[in-house]
Design a protein around this ligand. Structure first.
Ligand code: FRU
Length: 492
């Protein structure tokens, strides 16, 4: 189905209750609805927004077009949780009904100050010639979850030297000052980030562009985030326009980070190391972080990418968010571990081990469609060790480690209904070791594979048949050993 401009730019309230019910019915009939991931009730979800711990709960929002699986008029949808893994749908949060957000309430962040949650976002507008004009906006959420927008935009136009692609404000506080980092495009069509400062959270002053070593790294940097861990500064962003380079940058757009000395806010200099990709899978974009109640740095991303079709489109919805991950810094690299609260979703623990694995093996009690699986391999004399999951006669998703070419690969070429094949069907990352752990979170239509306690992550949608429930462990070319634990997972 093609969508006209009128259809794409309808607000939530412009659609009748009957139309909404019909769409909901179609969505509910979809075989690929997730069981423990945040997904839209209908329509399209993209970036996570406004992630914050406020008033005894985690509040998270996401970019939402309610009426179908297309990037139409963006609203903010609201979900809450007390443990970051059991989420409750709270409904519409930001509805784009002011002049400065006529073409969408785009991405942004949340920060708690003096008992209120402040949400920052980009109001996107288009003129008659369809030229874009961005406004940076603010809304306040009270303890009663009431949302009040500021009287008007807090920043009304891009600074000189930058195009209309200025969006996705992320706000934090250092000492008594607030800072806002925004994704931008220079007039020469290269990406960068801009920094603003405020004393009172309301009036913002432009400090300048953050000076990095990446002068010409893609044409736009979306969804920036700046954090500090272990006295290092980390700039996370999603650059567009980066060419693939071997196993790197294989998706349509990338998400990654730079680690450096803390940003020097007087010179605007950020002295950093190389750009590193956050995720090695097929579907990961626009992540954002917050601090947990007990001070852990938590990141959540969009398990999807723009400008691609997905098999759920036919059922009137698209995409979900990733599981939350805890970030720690080790040797200038971000280690990403599934949040420990995920243990709250577990039931039915099963275990299996084999000291002499030299073929493909399955076990009658190890199977499923929605589970966590932790597997530790000793490579031994074998050449390849790995796991096939969501298998049936004609379908399987494979993750394996090849000890000969020193690569870990995720292969979704036979996962079920195809998605994004123009960008290839395997993803790989280098690794050299005698042992390897695979920590899988498999949902109805996704997998998140954490390698060696969070050193790498492969995040991907997969669209297998519901009878593809098999799990097989394998070793080729010699003998390996492994032990595994499995739990069923579901939101309570
Ligand atoms: C990233 C992005 C953001 C923008 C939002 C609009 O996926 O393009 O830059 O704010 O999506 O939905």
């Amino acid at each position: 189905m093609t969508w006209s401009r009128e259809e794409r730019y309808r607000k939530y309230r412009d659609v009748s209750e009957k139309e909404r019910m019909l769409l909901k019915k179609k969505v509910n009939a979809c075989p690929w609805r997730q069981s423990f991931h945040i997904q839209p009730p209908t329509g399209l979800l993209n970036d996570p927004n406004g992630f914050a711990y406020f008033n005894g709960e985690y509040h998270l929002f996401y970019q939402w077009f309610p009426h179908g699986p297309v990037h139409g008029l963006k609203h903010w949808y609201h979900v809450t949780s007390t443990d970051m893994v059991n989420w409750q749908n709270k409904g519409l949060a930001i509805e784009p009904n002011e002049f400065y957000e006529s073409h969408g309430a785009f991405s942004g962040s949340g920060i708690v100050d003096q008992g209120d949650l402040y949400l920052f976002y980009t109001g996107n507008t288009r003129d008659e010639e369809w030229h874009r004009h961005p406004y940076q906006c603010m809304a306040k959420m009270t303890k009663e979850n009431e949302l009040v927008k500021a009287a008007g935009p807090i920043i009304s136009s891009p600074p000189k030297g930058y195009t209309e692609h200025v969006r996705d404000p992320k706000v934090w506080k250092t000492g008594s000052l607030f800072y806002m980092i925004i994704g931008a495009q220079r007039e020469d069509k290269t990406g960068c980030v801009l920094l603003y400062q405020s004393r009172d959270i309301k009036e913002w002053e432009f400090l300048g562009e953050v000076i990095t070593k990446l002068d010409a790294f893609g044409y736009m940097w979306e969804c920036p985030d700046y954090i500090e861990l272990d006295h290092k500064g980390i700039l996370i962003f999603s650059p567009q326009g980066i060419e693939a380079e071997g196993d790197l940058y294989n998706n349509i757009y990338q998400s990654g980070y730079l680690v450096g000395w803390p940003l020097n806010r007087s010179t605007m200099n950020f002295d950093h190391g190389p750009f590193q990709e956050l995720d090695r899978g097929f579907d990961f974009y626009a992540p954002q972080t917050t601090l947990s109640e007990d001070g852990r740095r938590i990141m959540i991303g969009w398990m999807g990418l723009p400008e691609m079709n997905y098999p759920t489109d036919e059922n009137g919805w698209a995409h979900c968010l990733t599981l939350p991950r805890e970030l720690v810094l080790k040797d200038e690299k971000l280690i990403q571990r599934p949040v420990r609260e995920l243990a709250n979703l577990r039931s039915n623990q099963e275990e299996v081990a084999d000291q002499l694995l030299n073929e493909r093996k399955s076990y009658p009690h190890i199977y499923g469609t929605t589970y966590e699986l932790e597997v530790e391999f000793e490579v031994g004399t074998s050449e390849v060790v790995g796991i096939e999951f969501r298998t049936s006669e004609n379908e399987k998703t494979i993750v394996h480690y090849n000890h000969l070419n020193k690569k870990i690969t995720l292969d979704r070429s036979e996962s079920g209904k195809e998605v994004g094949t123009t960008y290839g069907t395997t993803r790989a990352v280098g690794y050299d070791g005698e042992t390897i752990t695979f920590h899988l979170f498999v949902d109805v239509s996704s997998c998140e594979v954490f390698i060696n306690d969070g050193e790498e992550v492969f995040t991907s949608r997969i669209f297998p048949s519901d009878h593809s429930t098999g799990i097989q462990f394998f070793a080729q070319g010699g003998q390996a050993s492994f032990q595994a634990k499995k739990w069923d997972l579901s939101m309570r």
